[in-house]
Design a protein around this ligand. Structure first.
Ligand SMILES: Cc1ncc(COP(=O)(O)O)c(C=O)c1O
Length: 377
């Protein structure tokens, strides 16, 4: 029997309600919403609206129009970053970011279009708001941080950063890939301008889904142009929210599954968070009692999401994850698309073994993982 502990990559198993919603979208709702005016297309359009409303409720967005559907977390981040920056802008971000932020910034910097400052995490594995403030320049237009590290799980002080950036009039983008669905997210309380999230991780939706929250008063240029089903007489891209940022046929089956997943998550948020914290704590304690293990995640359960990373003395992370795979346990080894974070942890060569349980795992799954790690070591 497979034990799946790689939910930070994508959640598994998808709930039956998600599978059913995808099937229903492919049958009952199958049409191109926003394009044709027939009953079937209108049913599809209503489904899209309902999903937008569910996501807006989950994130406490002002209105469903503030939610743009994207194809994954990376697409949402590209939409936010490329739609925000102008030539000569300065961006403050962190070494902790995923390549879906770092590579976008570094490519723009390499082309001579923008300047970038990447801040190092402190001893607690976070970057405080004061470091962001100290790095601001007259031309800083955007600050970006992850909500929680995908390597260590450490939750970042996003509310304090949001508060500080609003005071300085700097746009703030949060990468919610490892937070949304695992801990409550209130975009208004966080005072962020943009919040990017995948649909296939904590929200339990299918791959190929994601979204971007855009706060009122945050103008954005479209990162991709094309048909939107609105203002069709114009050869120029409309800037209407949200259609102006969703060019091309939307992934209706994916969005239907995403709505089903997000609704489950919202109904069970507190229970789910408590369970993930308890599972992750059992995992953290078990690993930190092993003499030959180095654990990189914060010790305090409330300081991390459901991610614990470690290495064993003298073993490469891939050899440990490959061994666990032979034991029927799915985790991720190697580098986690976050080279700056591995540099900060000193694991750029070894990578790390990342274990990411979900509320659907059992304590027996964690015991089985710990026993297998002991057998390896
Ligand atoms: C922190 C973080 N940001 C962004 C992404 C990219 O998300 P996606 O794989 O949905 O493009 C990931 C995915 O692992 C992530 O962990």
């Amino acid at each position: 029997m497979e034990i799946y502990l790689d939910n930070a990559a994508t959640s598994h198993p998808k709930p039956q309600a998600v599978v059913d919603a995808v099937m229903q979208a492919l049958t009952t709702y199958n049409a191109n919403p926003g394009r044709s005016g027939h009953q079937r297309a209108l049913r599809g359009a209503r489904l899209l609206l309902s999903a937008r409303e569910s996501l807006a409720r989950l994130l406490n967005a002002e209105d469903s129009d503030r939610i743009v559907f994207c194809f994954n977390g990376t697409d949402a981040l590209n939409t936010a970053i490329k739609g925000s920056l102008r030539v000569g802008d300065h961006v403050v971000s962190t070494m902790m970011e995923h390549n879906s932020v770092l590579r976008v910034l570094k490519e723009l910097e390499k082309s001579g279009l923008i300047e970038v400052t990447l801040l190092e995490p402190d001893g607690s594995g976070t970057v405080p708001a004061e470091s962001f403030e100290a790095a601001l320049r007259p031309n800083t237009s955007l600050a970006i941080s992850t909500h929680a590290s995908n390597v260590t799980g450490a939750i970042q002080p996003v509310a304090a950063i949001g508060e500080a950036m609003r005071r300085h009039g700097v746009r703030y983008l949060i990468d919610g890939a490892q937070a949304v669905g695992h801990i409550p997210v209130d975009v208004r309380a966080l005072k962020c301008s943009l919040y990017a999230f995948p649909g296939h991780k904590g929200l339990l939706g299918p791959q190929g889904t994601g979204g971007l929250y855009v706060a009122p008063g945050t103008p954005l240029r479209a990162f991709r142009e094309g048909g939107t089903g609105s203002s069709s007489e114009s050869m120029l891209q409309p800037v209407d929210m949200p259609e102006g940022y969703e060019s091309g046929t939307v992934n209706l089956p994916g969005v239907a599954g995403l709505e089903a997943g997000a609704s489950l998550v919202q109904a069970q948020m507190n229970e789910r968070m408590r369970r993930e914290r308890a599972l992750t704590q059992a995992l953290y304690e078990g690993l930190s009692h092993m003499d030959n293990a180095v654990v990189y995640s914060p010790s305090e359960p409330a300081a991390r999401v459901s991610v614990v990373s470690f290495n064993l003395d003298g073993a490469s992370s891939e050899s440990v994850s490959d061994y666990l795979d032979t034991q029927g346990i799915a985790v991720r080894g190697g580098l986690h698309c976050a080279p700056g974070m591995h540099q900060a942890l000193g694991t750029l060569r070894s990578g790390a073994v990342r274990v990411s349980p979900s509320w659907q795992n059992s304590f027996e799954d964690i015991e089985a993982l710990l026993s297998a790690v002991k057998r390896y070591g």
